[in-house]
Design a protein around this ligand. Structure first.
Ligand code: LMR
Length: 393
């Protein structure tokens, strides 16, 4: 039986981790997978996470099951962090296995509710979005998003394309810090998107994996809050991997905002059922770390301060890179790097140029020229800037 399996294409992002490890050159630079690294190249355990783990270790008296939906303290704390004001009469939620698990469960839920749906995704989007949808056999339509000339959002193209979504279709939106481009909508543009969705009756599904990495915790959640308070139905997949730095704990949440309390209860039941079918109880350790931090004023303040340092470090690297490139190229054509937000920027280089960066300069980025800003430090920025110019980008 097993010999009937077909080889699977390697994930474009994850394969870079292995390639990078195997490269023996001194001074190699990893700008591939979206993991934060401090100036010493370390992905640290955040202070508040360490403190919360210690408290949990000391206080926890049992490892018995929680509930299929996950711990209520965690779900409440996350709803509060993402939504601000929580519309309890409309909100169903379950803890998930990371943000990816929430995305998968959201799509399963949507398909249970509407077997004929099409999912509309930005072009480009996180490659694993497309991979999951293909694996599930869901029809996918890409909407225009990135303008490769300006490296900003092709908003007219986006509006025209999402207006074609049908009632009960899903429109997948990145809540903040668009992955892979780093180009984001303004709040005015979000308002226009909401008006279009309202007209079409398509349901927004928001993937928010980088809250706190763009303009700040509340600013990054503002588009999600706008959508949640304006439209009758919204699905939200949130991840704690990046903003709590707990990547391997696989901590995420799926929230569904329903039109009324009866639909909320149906959603809650379906989401718990989906957890049971997939992995039964969701993992608890990461969720407990998050709820311990978010419900304790001191830990929360320390976590928010450290997250703010991470965000400012990335902004500093963005400005430094843009200004090095301004100098070397004698033009402002790389200024978009300073305007993008989040972990990533899409450079707009060809696959050959990306390959050249790897071969000539041991600089690794995803083939579509997405670079992870957090993989840089003040010393490697000039090296990257020089290599970008030398590669003819
Ligand atoms: C990324 O886009 O690099 C991250 O979300 C990590 C991943 O799982 O792909």
């Amino acid at each position: 039986m097993l010999s009937n399996l077909k080889p699977q294409a390697a994930d474009k992002i994850l394969m870079l981790i292995e390639e990078f490890k195997a490269d023996t050159r001194q001074g190699k630079i990893d700008l591939g997978v979206g993991v934060y690294k401090d100036p010493q190249g370390v992905t640290p355990v955040m202070r508040a996470v360490k403190a919360a783990e210690q408290r949990i270790w000391e206080a926890q008296t049992t490892k018995a099951y929680t509930s299929l939906a996950g711990a209520a303290e965690y779900r409440n704390a996350m709803a509060n962090m993402v939504l601000g004001e929580v519309p309890g009469d409309r909100l169903a939620s379950v803890a998930s296995v990371g943000g990816t698990g929430a995305i998968r469960q959201a799509l399963e839920l949507a398909r249970m509710a509407n077997p004929d749906l099409t999912v509309h995704v930005s072009n480009p989007t996180w490659p694993n979005h497309l991979s999951i949808m293909k694996f599930m056999g869901l029809p996918v339509q890409q909407y225009r998003y990135f303008d490769s000339e300006t490296r900003g959002v092709d908003f007219d193209g986006m509006k025209a394309d999402i207006a074609k979504a049908g009632k009960g279709d899903i429109v997948l939106l990145h809540g903040c810090c668009h992955n892979p481009t780093g180009a984001n909508l303004s709040m005015e543009q979000w308002q226009e998107v909401v008006a279009i969705l309202e007209k079409t009756g398509a349901v927004p599904m928001i993937d928010i994996a980088y809250q706190g990495f763009g303009d700040g915790l509340d600013a990054d959640a503002a588009p999600t809050r706008l959508v949640a308070s304006s439209l009758p139905e919204v699905l939200i997949a949130a991840s704690c991997s990046k903003n709590f730095g707990i990547y391997r704990e696989r901590t995420g949440i799926l929230m569904a905002l329903a039109e009324n309390t009866a639909a909320r209860d149906l959603s809650q039941g379906a989401m718990a059922f989906l957890n049971r079918q997939t992995f039964s109880f969701p993992p608890d350790h990461g969720a407990r770390i998050v709820s311990t931090i978010l419900t304790d004023a001191e830990l929360r303040a320390d976590w928010a301060a450290e997250l703010e340092d991470v965000r400012n470090t990335m902004l500093g690297l963005r400005s430094q890179l843009a200004s090095e490139l301004r100098e070397l190229s004698g033009s402002d054509r790389f200024d978009f790097i300073a305007h993008h937000r989040g972990m990533f920027s899409r450079l707009g280089a060809t696959p050959e140029q990306v390959e050249k960066l790897k071969t000539d300069s041991a600089i690794y980025m995803v083939g579509d020229s997405r670079l992870n800003i957090a993989g840089l430090n003040r010393d490697t920025v000039p090296v990257l800037a020089r290599a970008i110019i030398d590669a003819g980008i």
